[in-house]
Design a protein around this ligand. Structure first.
Ligand code: NAD
Length: 336
C-alpha cells in the first residue's frame, strides 16, 4: 500500500525523480553514471537536461543511455517553458549546467552571465512553482577569490575575480536568495579543481596530457606558482550525493580533495606520467587576473555528512593519464 505526501502528491514508495542539468558534461556525467551504477541509490530515475554545447557530449553517457531509468532531454536551462515542464515531473534538481572555462570567460563573458546566472534563476523559479523538494546547486571554490594562507570556510564572503567565477557567485547568491525568500530547500556545494576521465581537453590536466601524448608542447601560465587543490571527480560526486541525501536545507558545503600543488608541480607530474621532459613546456603570459591560490576548508562536509576524499592523488592521476592514453577516440574529435 502506498501513502501520499501533501507537497508532491507522489506515492512515498515511488522512485525519486532527479533532474540533472549539464549531465552530459564532465562532472554531471560522472554523477549520472554514479547514480545509475551498481552502488547508486535504489529507486531513483534520472532525467538529464543538457544543451550539448561544445563541452557536452552524449558519449559521456554511453554506458547508461540504454538504462530505462534514464531520460535524456536536449535543451537550454534558460528555456523557461521547457524547464517548467521538466520541474513539474521531478522531485529534486541537481544543477551542474554552466559555462565552465575561465579562459573563455575572459575572451567573452556574456554566455557565462546568461547560462550561469539567468539559467540558474530560471531553474530555481521553476523549482518553486512546481514544488521541487530539493535543489542542489553545484558551485565552485573560485567564488571566494584568492587566499594567500589558510583555507576558506563556507561563511567567508564571496569575492570572485574572473567573469566565470563572478557568474558562478551570482548563481550561488541567487540560489541562497531562493532559499531565504521562498523557503526552497537549496543545498550548495563549492568544490575545488576536479580531475578524472571525460574532462574536456581545454582544462589543464586533459589539455596537457592530450598534447603530451601527441608529442606537442604545453603552455604554462606565468611562473607556474599558482596553487590549486585537486579533487577526483568521483570524490566530488560522492560529496554531492551526500549533500543531496543527508544535507540540510539552506546549507553550503565545501568539498575539497586534499592535494594542493603549484601548477609547476602539477606540470612536472604530468610530464613524468606521459614520459616527456621540460623541453615540452612553453612559458606563456600569465592569465589576466589569475588567482594565486584556492583552498577550501571542508571540515563541515566531513563532520556533518561524513565526507572524505577516497582517491589517492598519485594513483588516480596515473589512472587518469592512462584513460586519456586508452581513449583517443573520445578526445581526438574534440581537439581537432
Ligand atoms: P563542463 O563544461 O564539462 O559541462 C557543462 C555541461 O553543461 C555541458 O554538458 C554543457 O553542454 C552543459 N550546458 C552548458 N550550458 C547549458 C545550458 N544553457 N543549458 C543546458 N546545458 C548547458 O563542466 P564541468 O566541469 O562538468 O562542471 C560542472 C559544474 O561544476 C559547473 O557548474 C562548474 O561551474 C562546476 N565546477 C567545476 C569544477 C571543475 O573543476 N571542472 C570545479 C568547481 C565547480
Amino acid at each position: 500500500m502506498t501513502t501520499r505526501t501533501s507537497r508532491t502528491d507522489k506515492p512515498v514508495d515511488a522512485p525519486t525523480r532527479v533532474l540533472v542539468t549539464g549531465g552530459a558534461g564532465f562532472i554531471g556525467s560522472a554523477y549520472v553514471r554514479m547514480l545509475l551504477g551498481p552502488h547508486g541509490p535504489a529507486g531513483t530515475t534520472v532525467t538529464v537536461l543538457d544543451k550539448l554545447t561544445y563541452a557536452g557530449t552524449l558519449t559521456n553517457l554511453a554506458s547508461v543511455l540504454p538504462d530505462p531509468r534514464l531520460t535524456f532531454v536536449r535543451g537550454d536551462i534558460c528555456d523557461a517553458d521547457l524547464v517548467g515542464r521538466l520541474a513539474a515531473g521531478h522531485d529534486q534538481i541537481v544543477h551542474f549546467a554552466a559555462e565552465s572555462h575561465v579562459d573563455r570567460s575572459i575572451d567573452g563573458g556574456a554566455a557565462f552571465v546568461v547560462t550561469n546566472a539567468l539559467g540558474t534563476q530560471t531553474l530555481l523559479d521553476a523549482a518553486v512553482r512546481h514544488g521541487v523538494r530539493t535543489f542542489v546547486h553545484i558551485s565552485t571554490d573560485e567564488v571566494y577569490g584568492s587566499i594567500a594562507e589558510g583555507s576558506w570556510t563556507e561563511d567567508r564572503p564571496l569575492s570572485p575575480n574572473s567573469p566565470y567565477s563572478a557568474s558562478k557567485a551570482s548563481s550561488d547568491l541567487i540560489a541562497q536568495a531562493y532559499h531565504r525568500t521562498h523557503g526552497l530547500d537549496v543545498r550548495i556545494t563549492r568544490c575545488s579543481n576536479n580531475y578524472g576521465p571525460h574532462q574536456f581537453p581545454e582544462k589543464v590536466i586533459p589539455l596537457f596530457v592530450t598534447r603530451l601524448l601527441d608529442g606537442l608542447d604545453v603552455p604554462l601560465y606565468g611562473d607556474g606558482s599558482q596553487i590549486r587543490d585537486w579533487l577526483h571527480v568521483e570524490d566530488h560526486c560522492r560529496g554531492i550525493e551526500l549533500a543531496r541525501t543527508a544535507g540540510r536545507p539552506g546549507r553550503t558545503y565545501n568539498i575539497g580533495g586534499g592535494t594542493e600543488l603549484t601548477n609547476r608541480e602539477l606540470t612536472g607530474l604530468l610530464l613524468e606520467a606521459c614520459g616527456s621532459g621540460w623541453e615540452h613546456v612553453r612559458h606563456v603570459e600569465d592569465r589576466k587576473g589569475h588567482d594565486q591560490r584556492y583552498s577550501v576548508d571542508w571540515s563541515r562536509a566531513r563532520d556533518e555528512l561524513g565526507y572524505l576524499p577516497r582517491h589517492d592523488f598519485t594513483a588516480a592521476l596515473a589512472r587518469t593519464v592512462a584513460w586519456y592514453r586508452d581513449n583517443r577516440d573520445w578526445w581526438e574529435p574534440l581537439t581537432s
